[in-house]
Design a protein around this ligand. Structure first.
Ligand code: CDP
Length: 214
């Protein structure tokens, strides 16, 4: 079983993806970390974030294990990730790794922006996790503050709106709900409620047809 989870920044995709992976004993890939690692490496090396050839070369030799996941979660790295992710050459360099992960024999859970549309259009279960920009900004503000980043909720909301616009407006694999994805709007849901709803969606998608419906 392949489970594809997509959605905008700070929508809680990761929480849902991790819970489903644990519940079904499937490996999980947070594909945002790949773009964050490219963004982080580019910032560290002082690369121009528009230099598609250099960034694609970086993406092509990426070893995610070499990065500290915590260092990848900062606000500036998220912004750099969104910028490099708009470059088709960078996306192409990361494609095989993601498709191979999705094709693991026992199945997999992947979360990102284009899993249900580009990486694994064949996924049995597709969930589009979303929430209002304000709810997402409040969550991201809490996360970043807990990490010790000096940010204001207003700035975080602006960052989220800018990143939404860039991720949805880019020509290459834009953030969009796959036609066969089920939307999970968790604006008013707790993390536990969001996971419970996701489990219902999986159950509905994988249930055998009711008698007389074959
Ligand atoms: O955690 P958050 O939702 O803020 O971001 P993320 O999932 O870690 O992704 C960081 C950035 O990588 C996003 O803003 C996207 O531009 C990009 N990304 C993408 O283009 N495609 C993916 N499959 C995953 C992430």
């Amino acid at each position: 079983m392949i489970i594809a989870i997509d959605g905008p920044a700070a929508s809680g995709k990761g929480t849902v993806a991790r819970a489903l992976a644990a519940r079904f004993g499937l490996p999980h890939l947070d594909t945002g970390l790949l773009y964050r690692a490219v963004g982080f490496a580019a910032l560290t090396r002082g690369l121009d974030l528009k230099d598609a050839a250099a960034l694609a070369a970086l993406a092509g030799e990426l070893d995610l294990a070499a990065f500290d996941p915590e260092a990848l979660k900062s606000g500036p790295v998220g912004e750099a990730a969104s910028r490099v992710a708009a470059l088709p050459q960078v996306r192409a360099a990361l494609l095989k790794l993601q498709r191979d992960f999705a094709a693991r024999p026992g199945g997999a859970v992947l979360d990102g922006r284009d899993i249900g549309t580009v990486i694994a259009p064949q996924a049995e279960v597709k969930i589009f996790v979303t929430a209002s920009p304000e709810a997402r900004a409040a969550r991201r503000y809490r996360e970043l503050s807990q990490r010790g980043e000096a940010v204001s909720e207003t700035t975080v909301l602006e960052d989220i709106r800018r990143r939404d616009a860039r991720d949805s407006g880019r020509a290459s694999a834009p953030l969009v709900k796959a036609p066969d994805a089920v939307e999970l709007d968790n604006t008013a849901l707790s993390a536990a409620e969001s996971v419970a709803r996701a489990l219902e969606i999986v159950a509905a998608r994988t249930a055998p047809p009711a008698p007389g419906m074959e």
